[in-house]
Design a protein around this ligand. Structure first.
Ligand SMILES: *Cc1c(COP(=O)(O)O)cnc(C)c1O
Length: 386
């Protein structure tokens, strides 16, 4: 059997894979089974923050693997404490819970919101408002949080206690009138929803309202976090401080790690035994994440914003491109031709892109060289103009 036949025969059929095997890569270049090179503008959906097989990242992982690859959360390990300290120092958050994925980071945030609301307002206060067109994960509870009906249909009944609203204060207040709200959860830029940034005035009004009413504000930075949008976390560009921040994808540069960050108000909501994860805080994943976070400094973030400005100017008004949305190196293109057709044509020309709903989505590595990015943008513009 060919690899493709074996995969199709034995791997659950949840992914409609491209007919491409990636054997290896370096930085923002990957190679298929025939040795053909591609510029990678996907980063494994925003995961490989510093590209494929990055040297510094590899060194951090291999050093830790040679010491201890895993213990359990019954013992202290150094990378876990170091990463939590680093996250708190860089954000002003006070405590961190580690898990293995974005969905799990959000599950933890939802648990925090329920416990905080039950403790402070009573057991009947548990509803969490999330936005229409949002994406928060694939577990039953994070699916319930996700404000896109087509993800829900096959898996009823979902976890109760969620209400979906439009990103307006009227919609929020209507929900707050109908339900006792424990929390509001948002993505500053809806990623899977089609790279849709929220309006800054709405986010600031939402922050003021949640603070006034002691409703927790949870910001899902699973996709937007860790330098992706040109600041360490996207909320920093919205001029707000959330009560809970969740992140995953790019955090450990390609190893599975989720983190839920708690501000002062909720830092002690979870106590001994209230939550846990076997792999959460794994020393190798945490060592990887430390190596990533230490490199996301002001200079790197400035370069992300410069590359972003280059892409916005290359695509804005280009033939076959209707709109350019996003922030930093998280970019959505509404193209005249269907996004899937653009992605296929770019792949044939050696550039890997993603889709998000009806958009072409670009999530290149944060350190993609400028000339590589220019080359890729030329290919995309050419394909869109055809
Ligand atoms: C990808 C994503 C998730 C889910 O992350 P997993 O690691 O796949 O569980 C949650 N929220 C947002 C905003 C995402 O982009």
């Amino acid at each position: 059997m060919t690899l493709k036949e074996r995969d199709n025969a034995y791997v659950a059929g949840t992914y409609n894979r491209f007919p491409l095997e990636i054997l290896a890569g370096k930085g923002s270049t990957v190679y298929d089974e025939n040795g053909k090179a591609y510029i990678d503008l996907t980063s494994g959906i925003g995961v490989t923050s510093f590209g494929i097989a990055d040297d510094e990242w590899q060194a951090a992982i291999t050093a830790q693997i040679g010491k201890v690859q895993h213990m359990s959360n019954l013992y202290y390990t150094e990378p876990c404490a170091r990463l939590a300290e680093l996250l708190c120092q860089k954000t002003g958050m006070q405590k961190v819970f580690f898990s293995n994925s974005g969905a799990e980071a959000n599950e933890c945030a939802i648990k925090i919101a329920r416990k905080y609301a039950a403790d402070t307002k009573g057991a009947d206060c548990y509803t969490i408002a999330t936005l229409n067109n949002s994406f928060h994960g694939r577990t039953l509870t994070t699916l319930a949080a996700t404000g896109q009906a087509h993800y829900h249909e096959l898996f009823q009944p979902l976890t109760p206690g969620f209400v979906h609203i439009d990103p307006t204060m009227e919609s929020l207040k209507a929900a707050a009138g109908a339900h006792k709200l424990a929390a509001v959860m948002i993505e500053c830029i809806q990623g899977e929803g089609g790279v849709v940034p929220l309006d800054k005035a709405f986010v600031q009004a939402l922050k003021a309202y949640t603070e006034e009413n002691d409703i927790l504000l949870i910001v899902d930075e699973v996709q937007t976090g860790n330098g992706r949008t040109g600041s360490l976390y996207a909320y920093m560009q919205y001029g707000i401080t959330p009560d809970v921040v969740t992140t995953a994808k790019g955090l450990a540069g390609g190893l599975p790690l989720g983190a839920t960050l708690f501000a002062e108000k909720v830092k002690n909501v979870l106590g001994f035994g209230d939550h846990g994860s076997t792999f959460g805080g794994n020393p190798v994943c945490c060592a990887a994440a430390c190596s990533i976070l230490e490199r996301i400094d002001d200079d790197l973030l400035r370069q992300v914003r410069e590359k972003s400005a280059f892409l916005f100017s290359a695509f804005s008004g280009a033939a076959g491109i209707e709109t350019v949305t996003g922030m930093g190196l998280m970019i959505g293109l509404k193209t005249v031709k269907p996004a899937s057709q653009i992605v296929a044509a770019c792949m044939a020309k050696g550039v890997l892109c993603l889709t998000a709903k009806d958009k072409v989505r670009l999530l290149p590595a944060l350190n993609i060289p400028m000339d590589t990015l220019r080359q890729a943008a030329d290919v995309i513009c050419g394909v869109c103009a055809e």
